[in-house]
Write a protein that binds this ligand. Structure first.
Ligand code: 13P
Length: 287
């Protein structure tokens, strides 16, 4: 299976009422865990990567070839999208597309609506000409991801009418509306705006993404899917699972320098946790 765009994946999810997980690649080991989980669950999967994580690994081309080679080595046949998460610029989107990414998110959520539309249209023109899917954000999701912090005071919910215009004028394949979810850990219970989500889905008819998947209880996840969420992003939770497994394996270990042995245990922990998410999101056995 080649790396595919998110477009058909998300339309199938919308039709059959499940969500595809976007799991963030922080290092080679995370890509291993996600691809193995997807294969074992027979689930479509979106491998998301931020520009900071691309810099950490080396380059867009290196990320794309790692993912391509792992797909071959593991004989993965389920659909896999390679997606640039929260890109801030047209130039970064183009670099990702040139390297073989099948999907990009252009995040102009800090711009006024008109400017966000213009930037997103520019990315969509290039991406769509090459069969690459595009996600964009409206309203502002708060919290922290890969060192980028959006303070609570800057958070705004997406307005349903703006979403309708945004989707119509940009022709994006996936809308990430700010509906109260947060990147990173929640202070208290998450308070998702379900009525707003229902309006946004009704006005736009577009596949919608729920960012900040860490810490959202199963009943809220399922309610969101029922209302039209077709993509759910999870990052912090996987990093917590990975580091907790490493810490646990290293306590009292006689040969704590055996890197492969201990990282393998951490990969297995993330793989098990992601398989559970795929079942919770309903994407298992949908590939
Ligand atoms: P969490 O880190 O809160 O799971 O959010 C991930 C995310 O939304 C990636 O874009």
């Amino acid at each position: 299976m080649q790396i595919v765009s998110m477009k058909n994946m998300l339309h199938a999810a919308k039709k059959r009422q499940y969500a595809v997980g976007q799991f963030n690649v922080n290092s080679l080991e995370f890509a291993q865990a996600f691809l193995l989980a997807a294969k074992e669950e027979s689930s479509p999967v979106i491998l998301g990567i931020t520009e900071a994580a691309v810099r950490h690994i080396g380059s867009f081309a290196l990320v794309a070839s790692i993912v391509r080679e792992l797909i071959k080595a593991y004989e993965v046949t389920v659909p896999v999208a390679l997606h640039l998460d929260h890109s801030s610029s047209f130039e970064a989107c183009v670099k990702a597309i040139q390297a073989g990414f099948s999907s990009v998110m252009i995040d102009g959520s800090d711009l006024p609506l008109e400017k966000n539309i213009v930037l997103t249209q520019k990315v969509a023109a290039v991406a769509h000409a090459l069969g690459v899917s595009v996600e964009a954000e409206l309203g502002r999701i708060t919290g922290e991801e890969d060192g980028i912090v959006v303070d609570e005071s800057l958070g705004t919910f997406a307005a349903a009418k703006d979403c309708e215009r945004f989707v119509l004028e940009t022709q994006i394949d996936c809308l990430a509306p700010a509906i109260g979810s947060v990147h990173g850990l929640y202070k208290g219970e998450p308070r998702l705006q379900f009525d707003l989500l229902a309006d946004i889905v009704r006005f736009t008819q577009a596949p919608c993404a729920l960012h900040g998947g860490t810490g959202i209880p199963t009943h809220d996840i399922q309610k969101a899917i029922g209302l039209g969420i077709t993509k759910i992003n999870v990052n912090t939770e996987n990093q917590m699972v990975y580091t907790a497994a490493l810490r646990c394996a290293l306590v009292g270990a006689a040969n704590a320098h055996e890197v492969q042995k201990y990282t393998r245990q951490a990969v297995d922990a993330v793989r098990a946790s992601v398989k559970q998410k795929m079942r919770e999101f309903g994407s298992s056995q949908q590939a």
